[in-house]
Write a protein that binds this ligand. Structure first.
Ligand SMILES: CC(C)(COP(=O)(O)OP(=O)(O)OC[C@H]1O[C@@H](n2cnc3c(N)ncnc32)[C@H](O)[C@@H]1OP(=O)(O)O)[C@@H](O)C(=O)NCCC(=O)NCCS
Length: 180
């Protein structure tokens, strides 16, 4: 069963494999951590940066929570949650981001990660979330629309045409996240 979990040392090697797969099959729409930087000290070395990011203390970056998506002991993907409606979130990043390692794509995991992520957002008190998706990203558009995304408008971000979608959150689902 897919779960969203807090970043943790146990899944660092899975995270490295996930980043490696995305590096080897580069996506126009998502850039992972450089897998060559993920060594034995990586988790401890980067923890203060992620902690500061959650508090909005990284200049130019919104408050952001990073979750890892795992199924049993398999690393599947990641989910990012940006709860504040800052200008950068509204016009560029959206409230949520997600990715699935290429060898696990097309199996429903992307949809499940977003579904869990929406439950998490609702459990944090949000009533709707914004997604910004490159209009060429057919898989992500499909995932968003399957979960009720309503296309609002299209904006230009650094030359790309990004569709802004809103998803209204149900009031009755429980969060699927643990340790987060
Ligand atoms: C977007 C992403 C997370 C989807 O993950 P996934 O695990 O393949 O998603 P799912 O299997 O749940 O669903 C994918 C859906 O897109 C559809 N799809 C995939 N490629 C498609 C294409 N080229 N054209 C049309 N539909 C497509 C699939 O058929 C499926 O729809 P269905 O369930 O109706 O058949 C994955 O492609 C990814 O990680 N991309 C790189 C990162 C990224 O772009 N993130 C989103 C940024 S907004």
């Amino acid at each position: 069963m897919l779960e969203l979990i807090a970043r943790c040392p146990e899944f660092v090697s899975g995270y490295r494999d996930y980043c490696r797969e995305l590096y080897d099959a580069p996506s126009l729409f998502f850039r992972p951590t450089d897998p060559d930087t993920i060594d034995d000290d990586w988790f401890e070395r980067t923890k203060p940066w992620y902690d500061r990011k959650e508090k909005g203390l990284i200049p130019g970056q919104p408050v952001s929570f990073h979750y890892w998506a795992v199924d049993g002991d398999r690393f599947i993907g990641e989910f990012q949650f940006r709860p504040e409606f800052s200008r950068k979130v509204l016009h560029e990043l959206g409230n949520v981001g997600y990715a699935v390692r290429p060898t696990e794509q097309g199996k429903g995991y992307g949809t499940e990660i977003l579904r869990r992520g929406l439950e998490l957002a609702r459990s944090r008190g949000m009533t709707r979330v914004l997604l910004t998706i490159d209009e060429r990203n057919a898989a992500s558009l499909r995932v968003c629309e399957k979960l009720g995304g309503v296309w609002d408008d299209t904006v230009r971000v650094r030359g790309a045409r990004m569709r802004r979608y809103w998803i209204a959150l149900e009031k009755t689902v429980d969060s699927g996240a643990r340790n987060g």
